[in-house]
Unconditional design. Structure first.
Length: 278
């Protein structure tokens, strides 16, 4: 299983569109790993985790064939995770010679409704028919080809059943905890009970080098606490890779600064374009 972090920022990106804070000015000047687009992960070239407005930029930057994507897993309806209008372009006359004629989108009911309303004015009936919207609820499990998908309850937005995901393929497991606060130990116990085993985990780190504790996001110390819970539940395989992602510019830390805090915690800092194989 290969994961590529196409984007690693929170909603505003780094640098943020209208911002002149020290972090954003530094990112503009230095570029490289200090530039962060909105969060998205590509798994094995055929699966996308979230679909932000920066997906087009990711396609260009990494020379991707996004028509080869068979499934898209969406966490919630915020625009930095779900930009359904782009799907209006997934078919003729906008797209020719597509690798996969049909794409499965896994999401909650709010995202499904957003897809329908935001694409209603522009999507062609034949394109709409090639996009299968599959609604999942927390702890629902399904299979898509050779991939096992388990939806989990995120701690994020009130009034929406936000999701995060456990994925399994070829005997390898990935736990993707993007844009969520700390999860209860009961979630990890339930995962362990259904035989999940994690080789790589990606954790929200919106608040950088903090223990934020506000319930909707995490910092590095919250992420470390979550990893300890996973370990106690027997979820993490020996040598499991641990990455932090989804960073806000409000952390006031560049890539090197984040790494200096994360390293003693046993956490790697993801950056745009970072690829990991397990």
């Amino acid at each position: 299983m290969k994961l590529t972090f196409l984007g690693t920022a929170a909603a505003e990106g780094v640098p943020a569109v209208f911002c002149n804070c020290a972090t954003c000015l530094r990112a503009k000047e230095r570029g490289g790993m200090d530039i962060r687009t909105r969060s998205q992960i590509l798994i094995d070239g055929d699966t996308l985790f979230d679909f932000p407005m920066d997906t087009y930029m990711h396609m260009l930057a990494h020379k991707l064939d996004l028509s080869a994507v068979k499934r898209v897993l969406i966490t919630h309806a915020h625009m930095d995770h779900c930009y359904p209008q782009e799907f209006c372009m997934r078919g003729k006359p906008f797209a020719h010679g597509m690798t996969e004629p049909v794409v499965d989108v896994y999401c909650n009911a709010t995202v499904r409704d957003l897809f329908r309303t935001d694409t209603a004015r522009e999507i062609r009936p034949d394109i709409e028919g090639a996009i299968r919207l599959n609604v999942l609820h927390p702890f629902d499990e399904t299979r898509s080809g050779d991939m096992r998908i388990v939806a989990l309850p995120a701690s994020h937005t009130r009034g929406e059943e936000c999701l995060v995901y456990y994925l399994e393929r070829g005997g390898r497991g990935a736990l993707l905890l993007n844009d969520t606060g700390a999860l209860d130990a009961a979630v990890y116990h339930r995962l362990a009970d259904i035989g999940a085993a994690v080789d790589i985990v990606a954790l929200d780190c919106t608040y950088g080098a903090t223990r934020h504790g506000e319930g909707r996001h995490m910092g590095l110390y919250d992420a470390a606490d979550q990893l300890e819970l996973m370990d106690k539940c027997g979820l993490l395989r020996r040598g499991a890779k641990r990455y932090a992602t989804h960073f806000s510019h409000n952390t006031d830390l560049d890539y090197g600064g984040l790494c200096s805090v994360a390293e003693p915690l046993g956490i790697d800092i993801a950056y745009d374009g970072c690829s990991v194989e397990v």
